[in-house]
Design a protein around this ligand. Structure first.
Ligand SMILES: Cc1cc2nc3c(=O)[nH]c(=O)nc-3n(C[C@H](O)[C@H](O)[C@H](O)COP(=O)(O)O)c2cc1C
Length: 305
């Protein structure tokens, strides 16, 4: 049972450990690491260690794996490298051309036998196995219900459906009807994702799809308070405080280069829709140290929300 049914999406470049801690604090019921290549895991290099970094403070630990070879993904799912994680989510939705061409991410929607073998293999780890997929590959031919049924048959414990086809990438209206059909087709929980940019959008998603929960991606970067808005979990935090805390936490876990790039990206999202902030962009990207970045944060975001 999760603390809430408002989930934070896996987001490459963003859902590092500090962001997940923040999302949980604000009410998210489940957060995922960024997608982590099962092939890359065997190298266990600095980048991979960063992706897999977690501590006891993270309430539920969910890693997302990207891979197309059932044997490789199974080996990684069962390996000691993932010992800290309770949940393994399998990426079956990434639309990026290189990923797709390698038979990974959304390409698995076109090869359901392989997708099924990956799920069955991951189940051998004894962990909770979830899948994140899209509504299909082409907009003209969506098949989320059929795909989700295959996931359930293979043993998946939960599926998230991003209500867009691969051809739609990240744009266009979310296909509520496709998600609703997927939800109706199975008895495992189905989480609805795509195009939630306000609390009203989240309510609409729940109403139109009958899903068991929602997953928020880009909007949570812009407005992480959406988790407290939707769950009723109260917070005293301000944007500035969040950013300063994120900087401290990131500095404690990662090197300065990673930290400043991560914080710059968060500031950039935080500035969206705020009047008069454009002029700070240049200063922010020209910052020479974290101390300077701190000063800019305080200047851009006054102490109110
Ligand atoms: C910058 C970026 C990185 C993403 N990284 C991942 C990822 O690592 N794994 C994944 O399953 N989806 C990833 N996604 C897709 C999101 O999780 C989500 O499905 C998509 O953005 C739709 O949700 P939204 O409309 O609320 O943003 C990414 C999306 C963006 C924009």
């Amino acid at each position: 049972m999760l603390p809430s049914n408002v989930l934070m999406a896996p987001l490459a470049g963003y859902t590092c450990y500090p962001f997940r801690i923040l999302a949980y604090e604000l009410g998210a019921g489940l957060c995922f690491t960024e997608m982590t290549s099962a092939n890359g895991l065997k190298y266990a290099d600095k980048a991979t260690r960063r992706l897999l970094f977690t501590t006891e403070k993270e309430p539920v630990k969910a890693v997302q794996l990207l891979g197309g070879d059932p044997a490789v993904v199974t080996r990684m799912a069962c390996s000691n490298l993932l010992k800290d994680f309770d949940i393994i989510d399998i990426n079956m939705g990434c639309p990026v051309p290189n990923v797709f061409k390698s038979g990974e991410g959304s390409a698995l929607m076109l090869d359901q036998r392989r997708a099924s073998a990956i799920i069955r293999g991951c189940k051998k780890s004894g962990k909770i196995i979830t899948v994140k997929c899209r509504t299909g590959i082409q907009k003209e031919h969506m098949f989320a219900a059929e795909f989700v049924r295959m996931c359930e048959d293979a043993g998946a414990d939960m599926v998230t459906v991003h209500g867009r086809s691969r051809s739609m990438m990240y744009d266009g209206a979310c296909c509520y009807e496709e998600i609703a059909q997927a939800k109706a087709a199975v008895s495992i929980p189905v989480i609805a994702n795509g195009g939630i940019f306000s609390a009203e959008d989240a309510d609409k998603m729940m109403e139109r799809t009958g899903a068991d929960g929602v997953m928020i991606a880009r909007y949570a970067l812009e407005n992480p308070f959406i988790f407290s808005e939707l769950t009723g979990k109260s917070t005293e935090k301000t944007v500035a405080r969040i950013l300063l805390e994120q900087m401290d936490l990131a500095s404690a876990c990662y090197d300065e280069t990673f930290t400043s790039r991560y914080i710059q990206k968060l500031i950039s999202y935080g500035m969206k829709g705020r009047k008069g902030t454009k002029r700070y962009k240049e200063q922010m990207y020209g910052c020479g140290s974290l101390e300077e970045l701190k000063e800019i944060i305080v200047r851009i975001f006054p102490c109110d929300r």
